[in-house]
Design a protein around this ligand. Structure first.
Ligand code: CO8
Length: 277
């Protein structure tokens, strides 16, 4: 079978790396239909300041709006994916400041990103960092990754969805222990609990995440986005509502050229070439 390449996606320039944006706290570029987004505050273990989150959400929305981008990889560095919200932003805040800041509106926007996102996690993935990883759709973790919701140790609780998403990922009794003690778990433990997609050797975490993203980028892009939507709905709807929603999305795909191409390619025993139409 002939190999499918990314060249067909955008007039032949697919091999070139496009520098998208180089603002200081979040870096991004596009390589072969995958948006590569890197948190870039290494001195503070990628603590998620308000400005970092502003930049991150803008970058993610930009990539989501680019029809050439079919999957996104979000990473930090070897030492930390992110060690949480920036405690310095909050230490002296009043309830009114926190309320008026309305920072979680930004997190809600991450929830609305339709392009699948793979988190590539090495080192600390704590508090808001763990919550950010849980906003992603798959998590590839290095052996050295450490996950946790340690907010209880600084007198608060998770605020960006940790009590809800961790509980859905690992179950009530394990989430309760993790959130009430703030203890960290290893990548292996997180995998066994169902929080992590795959654990890989330290030196491979980024490459493996990109490999997964490229595999997804080769599929029909409307189908991958709708598949993401359907899986996420399963976290919020009853089974019968979820099934009904899935069925509508399934029917909807029969309006796409990619469905015709995918099934025809199967019948003709050749690789499908998806246009995202
Ligand atoms: N905020 C601000 N600075 C941080 C953070 C953070 N979350 N984490 C680490 N840093 C800074 C340290 O202050 C230190 O800076 P400096 O060199 O200037 O002293 C630098 O990063 C390196 O950290 P350490 O020296 O502490 O490194 P260690 O290897 O000794 O320890 C730890 C690493 C264990 C990760 C430790 O840094 C730590 O415990 N960090 C805090 C973890 C934490 O409590 N996270 C939860 C924060 S609260 C939260 O996330 C709420 C989320 C809900 C809202 C989301 C909105 C964005």
């Amino acid at each position: 079978m002939a190999e499918i390449t990314f060249d067909s996606f955008r007039g032949g320039d697919a091999g070139s790396n496009i520098e998208h944006m180089a603002e200081s706290f979040v870096l991004s570029r596009i390589e072969q239909a995958v948006g590569l987004v890197t948190l870039n505050r290494p001195d503070v273990l990628n603590a998620l300041s308000l400005e970092t989150m502003r930049q991150l959400v803008d970058v993610l929305e930009g990539l989501d709006a680019d029809p050439y981008v079919r999957c996104i990889v979000l990473s930090g560095n070897e030492r930390a994916f992110a060690a949480g919200a920036d405690i310095n932003d909050m230490a002296d805040a009043s309830v009114v400041t926190m309320y008026e800041r309305n920072q979680f509106a930004r997190w809600e926007r991450i929830k609305r990103i339709r392009t699948p996102i793979v988190a590539a996690v090495s080192g600390y993935c704590l508090g808001g960092g763990c919550e950010l990883a849980m906003h992603c759709d798959m998590i590839i973790a290095a052996e050295n990754a450490r996950f946790g919701q340690p907010e209880i140790n600084i007198g608060v609780i998770p605020g960006a969805g940790g009590t809800q998403r961790l509980t859905r990922a690992v179950g009530k009794f394990r989430a309760m222990e993790l959130i009430l003690t703030g203890r960290l778990m290893t990548a292996r433990e997180a995998f066994e609990m169902g929080l992590v997609t795959r654990v890989v050797p330290n030196e491979l975490y980024f490459d493996e995440a990109v490999k997964l993203a490229r595999e997804i980028a080769l599929k029909a892009p409307i189908a991958t986005r709708l598949a993401k939507e359907a899986v996420l709905k399963s976290q919020e709807l009853s089974l019968s509502e979820g099934l009904e929603h899935e069925r509508k999305l399934f029917y909807m795909l029969f309006a796409t050229d990619d469905q015709k191409e995918g099934m025809r390619a199967f019948q003709e025993k050749r690789p499908a070439k998806y246009e995202g139409k």
